[in-house]
Design a protein around this ligand. Sequence first.
Ligand SMILES: [Zn+2]
Length: 141
Amino acid sequence: MSYLTPEQLQEIRQSIENQRQEILEKLNQRNEEGYEPEVRGDEADIANSEGIALTMERLQSRDIRLLKKLDEAARWTEDEDFGYCESCGEEIGFKRLLARPAARQCIDCKQNEEQRERGYYHPRPRKPPKPLHHDEDDSED
Ligand SMILES: [Zn+2]
């Protein structure tokens, strides 16, 4: 059973829906603008316009991915295990779900994953350096 109240669930569903609408609008807008790579002009212009087209494609595919995630999240809200981290099983928390309804992990697991991706991840925390001993040994005196 979810730790979220029906009202909270409803709010999250609304948040998912809002984000979906936002993305759909952006996608449609870009489609309407229908960027056509410039075929005239010199090579620099052509290279530049191809670069823009590529950026547009990346933005589109990123948004489409996010849209899919939101669709999954919308379905997930129907499940009993909704709102629990898929990595550690802890509660993701209402606030995080509301802000990032596509999140499937709690903030701790998400941060660990991001650190691992960037290569900063240390499975065990490093031990602090041992304090140097300044005890004077006076036995030779
Ligand atoms: Zn977790």
